[in-house]
Design a protein around this ligand. Sequence first.
Ligand code: NAI
Length: 397
Amino acid sequence: MDIKPSIRSNIFMNAHPLGCQKYILEQVNQAKTFESFKGPKNVLIIGGSSGYGLGSRIALAFNAHANTINVSFETAPRQNRTGTAGWWNNIYFQKYAKATGNIHKDFVGDAFSTEMKQQVVHYIQENFKTVDLVIYSLAAGARKDEATGNIIKSHIKTIGLPAEGKTIDIADLSIKDLVIQPATEEETKETVFVMGGSDWKDWIDTLDQAGVLSEGVKTISYTYIGGTITDTIYRGGTLGKAKEDLERKALLMNEMLSKKYHGEALISSSKAVVTKASVFIPKMPIYVSCLFEVMTKYSVHESILEHKYRLYKDMVYGQKRIVDDLKRIRLDHLEMDEKIQKETATLMDKHTDESLFELSGTKRFLKDFHQIHGFQLEGIDYDADVNMDELSLLQPE
Ligand code: NAI
């Protein structure tokens, strides 16, 4: 099969399996250059096939030498479809993680479902007995309501007034004006149902009731706070309401886990990076491009892997935790630095047209977006035919 990038509305419609393999290998090789740290033994990651969940998995598998279980929703290749990047990430993570000598298991299916939770519990009982860390890193556009059978969708909208802004159209490399409409009350509720904390809490309750949480267990999820630049579309919008719910659930679970297991439930506010979820949010592509430019200038830019490695080494299992008054770990302190925010805003005001594409930050943004789908990686011959029949035989383990 000839595989060339296919992008529609800032969503990649395909992935390059061999490029994904290279992407994983590069991260694994980078992780191997980092120091080891003492962390958890058995980790469950919900949403570990891409983005922050995958970065967490690689850091914990290669630097804390943990066993990992990953639950993700990915699509296998079939007919003339390549399969999703996360599908290939799972397969190639397994390939390179074999050398760790630890156990790494993948479940591909709907993490929101009771059935998946039961399957994972059963696997833990049979293989690990208990888990020491549960990472909840889902980014989903929809969730089935098991009570009614309805599919509920999330909405990326403002609350109150509409907002005008600009975004990058990645397919034709242009800047587009956009108006984001305010959500109805129902739409806000639906977004909280999909992206809030109720399913995270369901996972922890299920694991608790099944007796598969270790003494001292920790659970963590990733929020985004951002500043005035992203406020209207993120923190002040429907996604912000979902994140407030996630953060409230963390406080509730923290009470239970600390009493019963001397454990903790944590929230880490993570920096804006390029993932399939973040690029989809209007305005984020321009913000992230300018942010990358400024953070690189001050030598504080971090890749997804570096960011998550620092989270676990320094702030979850180390002694360098930075928390705010709502008890959230502020791993995003470099992004939120006043000087960084101010210069990012200035750059955004200056580059409201195609001149944005001349910035090295924008080039890095575009490259990252291609690379997370297996494109623009060095050493891959993108003109060569990809033998999908052979690759289709590979299955998650
Ligand atoms: P991503 O799109 O790269 O990864 C999402 C993961 O969720 C994938 O593994 C996918 O397979 C899985 N998933 C989605 N629906 C599922 C389902 N029904 N069942 C099982 N798995 C499912 O997203 P990203 O950006 O890594 O997001 C992870 C978390 O980090 C989100 O909560 C997001 O809000 C948060 N975050 C992301 C930031 C960013 O800039 N990307 C910044 C701060 C927080």
